[in-house]
Write a new protein. Structure first.
Length: 283
């Protein structure tokens, strides 16, 4: 029955490892509540003579005894029926008297055992009641009344834990907020970079197109110049006056080139016929 109380609630075991070079020693220390628990457990055992192992074994023995008595009764019933069938009336009557005396002894022994077990169960009940009241009251006095500083320490630790928890929650909230803002800024910056990249791609595409157009124009100009150099020059048509002047100049040059006897022109003739200026040859 004592197993319904958790012993670990009243014990504080701290294990520390000491030594070096492979030598390890485990040291167990009990708190004041653990020592109090052990003392009260011994007091309960001494005061009420409670031995849980004995009670458990007694219950098992009592159960076995009941089974044995039941089997004996069954065996005796079978023997009696057999004797009756054999019509051994005198032996049957004598055996029945002996069995009745044996049953009386068994009943008295069984009754004493049952009373003993019931007495121990009553003692265990009283011990549990004492354990639930006196022990817990003494524990409360030990922890909270005699040592008020411990209560203050406990309350202080609780307040500190609560404060630390609030600070942690606040820090986590601020951290999450900063993280969200940073992620938002990173998304905006990435969006702007993508826009700039798209613009640069468009400008580069335009420049490539202009370069290609300039190259094509250069090739066309170069081809046209080469064609003009290869074709013969065509003179434009001359007007009638230009053709007449050209013919006069040609005949005059021809006369000048032909041999003539020297003549002395008269002065008056020279004065009457002024020299006509030659017209330049038209290209």
């Amino acid at each position: 029955i004592l197993r319904q109380f958790d012993v670990n609630d009243f014990k504080l075991i701290s294990k520390s490892f000491k030594g070096s070079g492979g030598d390890t020693e485990i040291v167990e220390e009990k708190s004041a509540s653990g020592i109090m628990y052990d003392a009260l457990k011994g007091e309960i055992k001494d005061r009420f003579s409670v031995n849980l192992e004995w009670v458990s074994s007694s219950l098992v023995a009592l159960t076995d005894r009941l089974k044995s008595m039941k089997q004996i009764a069954l065996d005796s019933k079978e023997t009696e029926n057999k004797m009756i069938s054999d019509r051994q009336h005198e032996n049957c009557k004598q055996w029945e008297e002996e069995r009745e005396i044996e049953r009386g002894r068994e009943r008295k022994k069984m009754k004493r055992e049952i009373e003993m077990v019931e007495d121990k169960i009553h003692q265990i009940s009283e011990a549990i009641t004492y354990f639930q009241t006196e022990y817990l009251e003494q524990m409360e006095v030990l922890v909270f009344d005699d040592d008020l500083s411990l209560r203050r320490q406990v309350l202080g630790l609780r307040a500190e834990i609560s404060k630390t928890k609030e600070e942690k929650e606040s820090y986590e909230e601020v951290t999450k907020k900063n993280q969200r803002e940073m992620e938002e800024k990173m998304r905006e910056m990435e969006k702007r970079m993508n826009n700039i990249e798209q613009k640069l791609k468009l400008e580069l595409k335009k420049n490539n197109e202009l370069t290609e157009k300039n190259e094509i124009l250069k090739k066309l100009v170069k081809n046209e110049q080469q064609q003009q150099q290869q074709q013969p020059q065509i003179q434009p048509p001359q007007s009638p006056q230009q053709r007449k002047s050209q013919m006069q100049a040609t005949s005059k040059n021809f006369r000048a080139a032909s041999p003539q006897p020297p003549q002395q022109p008269q002065k008056s003739q020279q004065l009457q016929q002024p020299q006509q200026p030659q017209q330049p040859q038209q290209p």
